[in-house]
Design a protein around this ligand. Structure first.
Ligand SMILES: N[C@@H](CCC(=O)N[C@@H](CSC=O)C(=O)NCC(=O)O)C(=O)O
Length: 278
């Protein structure tokens, strides 16, 4: 693991790191915020997944989460959103597919299958690496995400029961098989395999019986992607029909961006700390 940058932040340390990923076969980057309480021993960890066009620095720089993580003693991890410098030329053609648009799954379709292994990287490689290199408790992890990262947080929690004790999302893509961003990504990464698509769709997973810890979801009502790409009402309906606990909060006036995230991130950190730091 290589340290790229480290910065003192709210008496803890915000760093950015790179390691040679076995799963991806390329260097992968991630950010880690270590809170001051970690000086006395390992702390619970909260994975923060960013959206389309973002990298490992975006959430760390723009969300304003560190001050709240420092208060509660949570380690924050901000993984990059896709492999980089893959040599797959077409991966750089669009902002909503390929580079910076990994959708937190393992691709099965060429030319993406070898490198776009975001789910395996996060779940099988980054998690043990963090426990080995940082003061992180192995038994207490939460996950949150924004937009494409919200899709990632919901689906990873639903697909890996027991791995995350707390889950939340801001403006998540709730039903990717029904919207353009998701359909484009799933076709490109998974091909025309409808069953595989359903296994990476939060609404379909919940309808199929998968369960996650109680969900907190915030959504701005002036979000430019609300009706076309996000569809929180589909998550609301699936949770109501199946008994999956969900608190969905709708906020007048807020759009899709990081000013929205920064406005509600304290509530999300609090939501996770209530379980992870109990
Ligand atoms: N370039 C796009 C807008 C891209 C965008 O809004 N990205 C969001 C995530 S969208 C879903 O995953 C984001 O978080 N951007 C980073 C930021 O700093 O705001 C367009 O032209 O519409």
């Amino acid at each position: 693991m290589t340290t790229l940058e480290e910065h003192r932040c709210f008496d803890g340390m915000q760093g950015f790191y790179e390691h040679a990923s076995r799963e991806v076969g390329l260097p992968m980057r991630f950010g880690v915020y270590v809170p001051p309480q970690a000086a006395k021993g390992p702390r619970p960890v909260l994975y923060c997944l960013a959206g389309l066009t973002c990298n490992e620095q975006t959430f760390a720089i723009k969300a304003g989460a560190q001050q709240h993580a420092a208060r509660h003693g949570l380690v924050l991890v901000t993984p990059d959103t896709s492999p980089r410098n893959t040599g797959v030329g077409e991966a750089d053609a669009d902002w909503d597919f390929g580079t910076a648009a990994g959708f937190y799954l393992d691709a099965t379709r060429e030319p993406y299958a070898g490198r776009w292994r975001m789910e395996s990287w996060l779940m099988r490689e980054l998690s043990p690496l963090l426990q080995a290199q940082f003061p992180v408790r192995g038994d207490r992890a939460g996950i949150l995400g924004h937009s494409m990262g919200g899709h990632g947080a919901l689906t990873l929690a639903l697909r890996h029961p027991g791995r995350f004790s707390s889950v939340s999302a801001l403006a998540p893509i709730c039903a990717p098989t029904e919207v353009a961003w998701g359909r484009k990504a799933f076709l490109g990464y998974l091909g025309e395999d409808a069953d595989a698509w359903a296994r990476h769709d939060a609404v379909r997973l919940i309808e199929g019986g998968a369960r996650a810890p109680a969900l907190l979801v915030d959504q701005g009502l002036e979000d430019q992607f609300l009706a076309s790409q996000l569809r929180p009402e589909r998550l609301e309906a699936a949770c109501a029909a199946s008994g999956q606990p969900l608190e969905l909060r709708r906020h007048a006036g807020y759009d899709h961006g990081y000013f929205f995230i920064a406005s509600f991130i304290a509530d999300h950190i609090e939501h996770h700390a209530r379980t992870l730091c109990a």
